[in-house]
Design a protein around this ligand. Structure first.
Ligand code: PLP
Length: 390
């Protein structure tokens, strides 16, 4: 029986709390223990208990995380890694051969672009970065070359563009490409790419899934098949696995994912509305605003609009940097998706690696990861920081 079948009948929030998280049969502990062990005793040579042999090939705490992730994304199998980029790396190595071509969004996470461009470029992988909201451009890019992978990120980072997963999946499948969605920004609580037609979901579990800024991790979720077998072999043979403690923290974070995403979305909507009215703000990029070009699509494709937003600040780079340095509740830091609010200056922080490329982020952009603190405190914080811009 697949993971999807086991939990098919329960609601999302129930799966988040129970899938892969049965109580400990020996002691009755409601929370399964962290199996902080590198190896497992054998009952005679090859006599494995529960299939566990050595910590790189498998660990029960890692299995627990893999089961809940597959159940939440509606996949047959999840494999978890030491970071989001380690997950992407293992997937790319499993799906591509030298000479292959990848089509990806022209505003994907800078680290994804760096991996495909600078690491895979040296191994003969070519890529084309396109605006994923322009379906003709995507069709042309896919047709130009043999393309086994179409890489989608929606909402995108940091400009919050929304692309149509179902339409893009059709375009990809028409040329035999497998369609990957980086679902880090939305999380499975807000968006279900496999149900929309994608083949593979990737995550930086560091973000909303972990949810507490205390763990680095990544995951790939997909259906049973040859690619899944190759990916599982890569995980075992190259070894960039999630460690037991990290897996356990991520499982604990996932239990509250549903309620956190609700609160993140409500808080971000309030901040987006307030910031759009402020004279120091030129533009707010948030799909929950009716003025956002992807608003209607996001309303169809997502259940809520999420906790991330970016703003273009009047006064250019200097004013944007000052805003990022003037908040008190929002802390100036890389990353996103934790319970605490963070603010960042992408062109010199998260997206410094794409400066000078087609993916460059304008210098007046500030990105906010809106946490789940009291909304009044968050609104007051951005207002005092904006007022100081004068
Ligand atoms: N994908 C997205 C959308 C991200 O924002 C990030 C990190 O910021 C990653 C992937 C990479 O994840 P990690 O930092 O866990 O390697």
């Amino acid at each position: 029986m697949t993971v999807t079948e086991t939990h098919a009948e329960t609601g999302f929030a129930t799966r988040a709390i129970h899938a892969g998280q049965e109580f400990d049969p020996t002691t009755g502990a409601v929370v399964p223990p962290i199996y902080q062990s590198s190896t497992f005793v054998q009952d005679g040579v090859g006599g494995l208990r529960g299939g566990y042999e050595y910590g790189r090939s498998g660990n029960p705490t890692r299995t627990s995380l893999e089961i809940v992730l597959a159940a939440l994304e509606g996949g047959d199998k999840a494999l978890v890694f030491a970071s989001g980029l380690a997950a992407e790396d293992a997937l790319l190595r499993s799906a591509l051969r030298p000479g292959d071509h990848v089509v990806l969004g022209n505003d994907v996470y800078g680290g994804t672009h760096r991996l495909i461009d600078r690491i895979y470029g040296e191994w003969g992988i070519r890529h084309t970065a396109v605006d994923l909201t322009d379906l003709d451009a995507v069709r042309n890019a896919l047709a130009a070359d043999r393309t086994p992978l179409l890489w989608i990120e929606t909402p995108s980072n940091p400009l919050m563009k929304i692309s149509d997963i179902a339409a893009l999946a059709e375009l990809g499948h028409a040329v035999g490409a497998q369609v990957v969605v980086d679902n880090t920004f939305a999380s499975p609580a807000l968006q279900q790419p496999l149900a929309l037609g994608a083949d593979i979901v990737v995550h930086s579990t560091t973000k909303y899934l972990g949810g507490h800024s205390d763990v680095i991790g990544g995951a790939v979720i997909l259906r049973d098949g040859e690619l899944t077998e190759r990916l599982a072999f890569q995980q075992f043979a190259a070894g960039a696995i999630a460690a037991p403690m990290e897996a356990w923290l991520t499982v604990r974070g996932i239990k509250t994912l549903d309620v956190r995403m609700q609160r993140h979305s409500e808080n971000a909507q309030a901040i987006a509305e307030r910031m759009s009215e402020h004279p120091s703000i030129e533009h707010v990029y948030y799909p929950g605003l009716p003025s956002h070009p992807g608003h209607e699509l996001a309303a169809r494709q997502m259940t809520r609009f999420g906790g991330m937003l970016s703003v273009a600040v009047r006064g250019g780079a200097d004013a944007a940097r000052r805003l990022a340095e003037s908040t008190r509740v929002f802390q100036l830091a890389e990353s996103l998706g934790g319970v605490e609010s963070l603010i960042g200056y992408p062109s010199e922080m998260t997206h410094a690696s794409v400066r000078g490329t087609a993916l460059e982020v304008p210098e007046n952009i500030v990105r906010l990861s809106v946490g789940i603190e009291s909304v009044d405190d968050l609104v007051a914080d951005v207002e005092q920081a904006l007022d100081r811009l004068g």
